[in-house]
Ligand binder design. Structure first.
Ligand SMILES: *Cc1c(COP(=O)(O)O)cnc(C)c1O
Length: 373
């Protein structure tokens, strides 16, 4: 986490700080906690260029995706029962769509090209008169590939449907301007932008006019769309981190680009190195790479005490299974089973990257030699 976000959170947890229940407006302590939350909401809204009243705090992007997709599907099922998404979405979208299939909805899972890009034509070709919702991610969490969300949003603008974007990987890293891009629902997660885990939000355009079936019933917080006591510290931590990420956006980008170039050059000294995903339309903080004749599982075991890298995403808890994202892109065989995902960030140093590059090269070379013996 950004140390600034940790410090802002700490002030909401102590007796001297603003620890009170933000829904307790009958006393000044609660009122101050409430004011902090509304300040955070308007800070986030300012970055996204949307109305503060169109933001609903959730426990993260998983919940925001669930609320968006189930919320629209269940509230508007009389209007349409067809959903369009892609095969390379996060499981929070894919599994929510699968759940809705069980309730009678029809889902089209678009296949991207080999570089991971979903074409606008494919989206338009999949539309039917039953299409209620299109849900696509902005940036893929395993490859860093960026989708043409702005063009897709404009193409869908005059259609009678909702467009949801999972922006967990792009918020704070790419500009999202909701006055310019006609997105109806947008999911964000704080821990992907140096904020705390367990908090995120859903943007809902024209919240007051749009129906959304809540996932839970309770105390009426967040306009009844997400009841439960609001965690002041989490929300303040998220807003602090998001403001920083917004201010530092181009610096962070250039820093990651520089590190990615260094690491790429180092890894290319090995034979049989393939980078997965479009290498132009991508964010520099995620590298997805396969090494010929080396399985990702043995490479990760060799490096497990030195490097925090993974195959696929952290979300497919525990299991070593081939990435559904790379599979969805039509990647097979050694390249699929050998893929590892490396991420870099604001706090990664040149020295870290040089060391990581050496460690990966040594491990790959060693595993290849073992295979020959
Ligand atoms: C991390 C992530 C999520 C889930 O977010 P949580 O806040 O961890 O629930 C959803 N979508 C994408 C693209 C992600 O990277």
């Amino acid at each position: 986490m950004a140390p600034e976000a940790v410090a802002a959170m700490a002030k909401c947890l102590t007796l001297e700080g603003d620890f009170a229940n933000p829904a307790s407006l009958q006393h000044g302590f609660g009122e101050r906690a409430h004011a902090l939350i509304e300040e955070a909401r308007s800070d986030i809204a300012q970055i996204l260029k949307c109305k503060a009243g169109d933001l609903v705090f959730t426990s993260g992007a998983t919940e925001a995706n669930n609320l968006a997709i189930k919320g629209i599907a269940l509230a508007y099922q009389n209007k349409g029962t067809h959903i369009i998404t892609s095969a390379t979405e996060h499981k929070a979208v894919l599994d929510t769509c699968k759940y809705l299939e069980g309730l009678g909805f029809t889902v089209t899972y678009l296949r991207p090209d080999h570089q991971g890009i979903i074409s606008l034509d494919a989206v338009l070709a999949a539309l039917t008169d039953q299409t209620l919702l299109v849900s696509l991610m902005h940036v893929n969490n395993e490859t860093g590939v960026i989708q043409a969300i702005d063009a897709i949003a404009h193409a869908l603008k005059d259609k009678d449907l909702f467009f949801h974007v999972d922006a967990a990987q792009s918020a704070g890293k790419l500009t999202i301007d909701l006055t310019q891009t006609p997105i109806d629902l947008l999911s964000i997660s704080a821990h992907k932008l140096y904020g705390p885990k367990g908090i995120g939000c859903l943007y809902l355009r024209n919240r007051k006019q749009t129906r959304l079936a809540p996932l839970m019933q309770g105390g009426g917080q967040e306009y009844g769309l997400r009841p439960g006591t609001l965690p002041t510290h989490q929300i303040v931590g998220m807003a602090t981190a998001f403001k920083m990420a917004h201010d530092l956006m181009s610096r962070d980008y250039q820093h990651c680009q520089h590190l990615a170039q260094l690491l790429t050059t180092q890894l290319r000294q090995l034979d049989g190195v393939q980078f997965n995903g479009d290498q132009v339309n991508k964010l520099p903080n995620i590298l997805n790479v396969s090494f010929a004749d080396v399985g990702a599982d043995s490479l990760l075991i060799a490096l497990r005490d030195q490097l925090a890298i993974a195959s696929g995403s952290a979300c497919n808890t525990g299991t070593i299974e081939a990435s559904h994202v790379l599979r969805g892109m039509g990647i097979e065989g050694d390249r699929l089973y050998g893929a590892v995902r490396i991420s870099l960030g604001r706090y990664t140093t040149v020295a870290d990257i040089q060391q990581a590059g050496r460690q990966i090269c040594t491990a790959v070379t060693h595993l290849r030699q073992l295979a020959l013996e």
